[in-house]
Ligand binder design. Structure first.
Ligand code: HEM
Length: 414
């Protein structure tokens, strides 16, 4: 820890208080005097201001992505060995690689994840949303997460990758283990189990690449194999499976959280839901405002590659940074009355919820598209939808993926 940097002994982003309401914790911090502070509970410097986070994202030479997926707690040796033997390296995939290794994966992934492939998914997103909502038709109450927000993005991204449908539940379980490994605080006993499933997850994806190489389909894996066939040196089969490892996870929990958070914020004010149901053209603005006000990826991480000064604080080389994206969305120097959810906010889309620069979220428009289509259908079917009364929201105990685990809604008249 560096001299002159404020320290918050009590700041713990995995505490029950923080998980329940990080915005209440944020409001209680003396950010005007200390926008950068050290949190001993995690060994990270917490960066809260919009301008400081923007500076970090825009300077990949000084701020490496290497820690983006690093476990928050040291892993027991047995878990480490299982991970390494299963091909899971300390910088496991695209989002934690720096140049030039990052570009080797990002370029072909961006080419395969084209606007054309994304827009071709619209009919599947619409049909899957309808099928999932049909399953609860006529029910007075249902859980929006288990019914729609969880299965929709998972099914869509897995089908995009060409995963056979019978394997979806297994892949979902592996993704849950991955959130705990990289962004939670798993107990030593759980770490071995998680590492074992991570190795199986890696093996599964590598086998999928081989299967598609033998029998190509109309999917993104097959598109990546076309790039491999053009020049096997430019994109290897292992690299294709690494891209699938990125997409299968990034394209799933993030969007479940965004659908849940957007629906929660629209429903907590009955007039707001009614307005959106009457004017569905407001839904894209609602999604941007949810990304600013209550994003589903509230924290991302970097590590300094040299001594720097950030937010007036001198940081040494190797300082690990907790970029509090959710706090940047509430920065009053960028967003007027930041603690109000405002459907008419002119600059909501200026949020940093998808990062910036080299690693800017590859699936930003895809995640927003899925969320918009899901909410449009929900508002169309249920203009009078309400939150079920007296529910306490719970959240998965990790620092980077946030959305209500259960969101009970009522469909009938109040
Ligand atoms: C909908 C909510 C989503 C949010 C809030 C979100 C947020 C983020 C953030 C914060 C980053 C890191 C940016 C950085 O390091 O500068 C990121 C990277 C990434 N996201 Fe997303 N994401 C979302 C959805 C998706 C979807 C649907 C996909 C794919 C289907 C996706 C794929 C990726 C990939 C591949 C990267 C790594 C890009 C790179 O390293 O070059 N994301 N996302």
């Amino acid at each position: 820890m560096t001299a002159g940097c404020p320290v918050h002994e009590g700041f713990d982003p995995l505490s029950a208080e923080f998980l329940a309401d990080p915005y209440a914790v944020l409001a209680g911090l003396p950010l005007a005097e200390a926008p950068v502070f050290y949190a001993p509970s995690i060994g990270y410097y917490v960066i809260t201001r919009y301008a400081d986070i923007e500076q970090v994202f825009r300077d990949p030479g000084s701020y490496s992505a290497a820690v983006a997926q690093a476990p928050l707690v040291p892993l027991v040796p047995e878990a480490q060995q299982i991970l390494l033997a299963g091909g899971h390296r300390p910088q496991p995939s695209m989002v934690s690689l720096d140049e030039p290794a990052h570009a080797r994966l990002r370029k072909p992934a961006a080419r395969a994840f084209s606007a054309k492939r994304v827009s071709a998914m619209v009919p599947a997103i619409v049909a899957t949303t309808a099928r999932l909502l049909d399953a609860v038709a006529g029910q007075a109450e249902f859980d929006l997460i288990v019914t729609l927000a969880f299965p929709l993005p998972a099914n869509i991204v897995f089908s995009l990758m060409g995963v056979p449908e019978q394997d979806y539940p297994q892949l979902k379980r592996w993704c849950g283990s991955r959130a705990a490994l990289g962004w939670g605080r798993p107990a030593p006993g759980d770490q071995v189990e998680i590492a074992t499933s991570m190795a199986a997850y890696r093996r599964y994806l590598r086998d999928l690449v081989d299967a598609r190489a033998r029998e190509p389909g109309d999917d993104l894996t097959s598109d990546l194999l076309v790039i491999h066939a053009e020049d096997p040196e430019r994109l290897t089969l292992d690299e294709i499976s690494s891209i699938l490892f990125s997409l299968s996870f990034a394209g799933h929990e993030t969007t479940t959280g965004l659908i849940g958070n957007t629906a929660r914020r629209l429903l907590e004010e009955p007039g707001r839901w009614a307005r959106v149901a009457q004017r569905p053209e407001l839904i894209p603005a609602a999604v941007e405002e949810a990304l600013r006000y209550d994003t589903s990826v509230p924290v991302w991480r970097r590590v300094t590659t040299r001594p720097v000064t950030l937010g007036g604080v001198d940081l040494p080389e190797g300082a690990r940074l907790f970029l509090w994206l959710a706090a940047s969305g509430r920065d009053p120097s960028v967003f007027l009355r930041p603690d109000e959810f405002d459907l008419d906010r002119a600059n909501a889309s200026q949020h940093l919820a998808f990062g910036l620069g080299l690693h800017y979220c590859l699936g930003a428009s895809f995640g927003k598209l899925e969320t918009r289509l899901a909410l449009e259908e929900l508002a169309h079917r249920y203009p009078g939808l309400r939150l079920a009364e007296s529910q306490q929201f719970t959240f998965h105990p990790n620092i980077s993926f946030r959305g209500p685990q259960v969101l009970r809604v009522q469909t009938g008249p109040a």
